[in-house]
Design a protein around this ligand. Sequence first.
Ligand code: PGA
Length: 246
Amino acid sequence: MRKKIAAGNWKMNGRKLSLSEVYAMAGAEIENCEVIICPPATLIPDLLVSVQGSNLQIGGQNCHHEAEGAYTGEISANMLRDIGVTHVILGHSERREYFGESDELIAQKITRAHEQGLVAILCIGETLAEREAGQAIDIVTSQLINSLPKSANAENTIIAYEPVWAIGTGKVPSNADIEEMHAAIRAHIPHDSEAMRVLYGGSVKPTNAMEIFALNNVDGGLVGGASLKAEDFLPIIAAAEQLSQE
Ligand code: PGA
């Protein structure tokens, strides 16, 4: 059985004050599921200390596609690995949209993350216009095929399906649409498709996490807004844990 995952993407949010939230999250029962928090880079060192002794893991939100060098303002996969980070989100729709990241660039970043022993969380998802035009499955499976490097396997890669129109909007696709998309994604994963985790992301909340995480081919969630506060993220962790015990 695939272990469920609750992953938190803090985006450009979080201050030193947020460490108290992480202490509270580190108290969660995390025996059968996996929980990963991806704070902004400034908080990674402090969070690594806060989660010591717990099963919480820490991820980055991006890395550069080159190993090192003259890239002012950038962070390499090796730098993340060096301080104890285990995961990195790559290809988030906000990076694709605001920073012009292409599938090809994302594939290079994932390759670099794999070389450094990081688990890549690859995000894919369609816009509202693409869904309304009936192209959602074609767009998402093409992003998957073109962003996933040959090195990807179930140990070093997690997929996150995040419809762009569901991110931060409170809108969520129907259960049938989520299942349809997750089945299509799994069918297009070139290796290890049965074992690879495919998460859903976009307005996951304490109130809908259990229902969404229990859907066919859904192995947990990538959570933005509701991962910032322990009061919201703890019930989401509990849903992942409970479903992993069944
Ligand atoms: P949201 O963001 O949970 O705030 O909708 C999800 C994401 O962008 O990863």
